[in-house]
Ligand binder design. Structure first.
Ligand code: COA
Length: 336
């Protein structure tokens, strides 16, 4: 493959808030039990941001600084930021602008993308295409979420509130001419027919009145609405499909896979996918027990932990896979 440009992840980082919220802590806010949460989701605890200390953009900045340092780069080396979140600091502009400012990177382009739990895979795919096209050499790809201020922590919101947590993860993606260590391919999908199966309706613009009224607040439109059963059924199908799509596209099979880093949606979903694929438990990264579901941040946090634990070895074939609201789903196959 002479003169071809590829992209490669050269640095990873993550940041989670200090505040640990255990399942037991949640029982003080809503009618739930540690047993129910662990059995249905695998989650034992999650992190919640502290107002005045963390913001969506500050967490992303911390994760990005760590990723840059590990890549041996300075913030000024970054050509473009692709930032995935559904919980930005402002309604607009997006948090990518705030992180760009915090990193002191005046005038480089930034993208805010909202593809929910598939956000990081979508963001990585964008960065990969820009780098392969030759337009940019170094991209900062981040996922960052503050879910704890959106979720309804009363008993009415318990079926979603127990799942989500806060945190951020980042990857530095750089151009390389080495075909043996690169992002091999990415595969993205969406199906808007299921938009309302997992969504937050408000503040929406298609309203006869202002997007924020007392009536809308009282109607619960600002809360996460999730049809848990529908999400579960679609997720277990789409995860498998999009992982095999990536493998087949590259003439590989599950036997070639060293590691699967799934979006940390729910332990039961990951476990189902693992069993269907015949992978060993140590081949699938799970940290949902400690962090809950951090939406767009979950894959970069899990990938960073895998790297820190020495689970990413040169030449390994690694698959990232995600499914979430939209519905969206996607995968990225990487030769580490
Ligand atoms: N604590 C205690 N009881 C709870 C509860 C909680 N936090 N949340 C719901 N329940 C109750 C329900 O009220 C219901 O009670 P009922 O039978 O008296 O009506 C019962 O538990 C079962 O509820 P149900 O919603 O049918 O549970 P479930 O077995 O489907 O599990 C999910 C719910 C959300 C855990 C499950 O649907 C799921 O994992 N879905 C996928 C969600 C996901 O991964 N989302 C992220 C996508 S990116």
């Amino acid at each position: 493959m002479p003169n071809m440009i590829f992209s490669r992840i050269t640095g990873l980082g993550y940041y989670v808030p200090d505040k640990i919220v255990t399942n037991q802590d949640l029982t003080q806010m809503m009618d739930t039990t540690d047993e129910w949460i662990q059995e249905r989701t695998g989650i034992r605890e999650r992190r919640y941001f502290e107002y005045g200390k963390d913001t969506n953009a500050s967490m992303a900045t911390a994760a990005s600084r760590q990723a840059l340092q590990r890549a041996g780069l300075q913030p000024g080396d970054v050509d473009v930021i692709v930032y995935a979140t559904i919980t930005p600091d402002y309604f607009f502009p997006g948090s990518a602008f705030l992180m760009q400012r915090e990193l002191g990177l005046e005038t480089i382009p930034v993208f805010d993308i909202r593809q929910q739990c598939s956000g990081f895979v979508y963001a990585l795919s964008l960065a990969d295409q820009y780098i392969k096209s030759g337009m940019y050499k170094t991209a900062l790809v981040v996922g960052s979420e503050i879910q704890s201020s959106w979720i309804d922590k009363s008993t009415a919101g318990r079926s979603t509130a127990v799942i989500f947590g806060d945190g951020a993860g980042a990857a530095v993606v750089q151009a390389t001419s080495d075909p043996s260590r690169r992002i091999i391919s990415t595969h993205l999908h969406a199906d808007g027919r299921f938009a309302e199966e997992l969504y937050v309706r408000d503040p929406g613009s298609s309203r006869p009145d202002r997007p924020v009224t007392q009536e809308l607040l009282d109607s619960g439109g600002f809360n996460v609405h999730m049809n848990g059963n529908a999400v579960f059924k679609h997720a277990i199908q789409r995860f498998g499909e999009v992982i095999y799509e990536a493998l087949k596209a590259n003439n590989l099979t599950e036997k070639d896979l060293s590691l699967l880093v799934p979006h940390q949606a729910n332990m039961r979903i990951s476990e189902y996918v693992r069993q269907q694929m015949g992978l060993d438990p140590e081949q699938v990264i799970n940290n949902i027990q400690r962090f809950g579901n951090t939406t767009a941040a979950s894959i970069p946090i899990a990938l960073t932990e895998a790297w820190e634990d020495g689970k990413l070895n040169d030449g390994d074939i690694i698959c990232l896979a995600a499914f979430g609201s939209g519905f969206t789903w996607g995968s990225a196959l990487i030769q580490w």
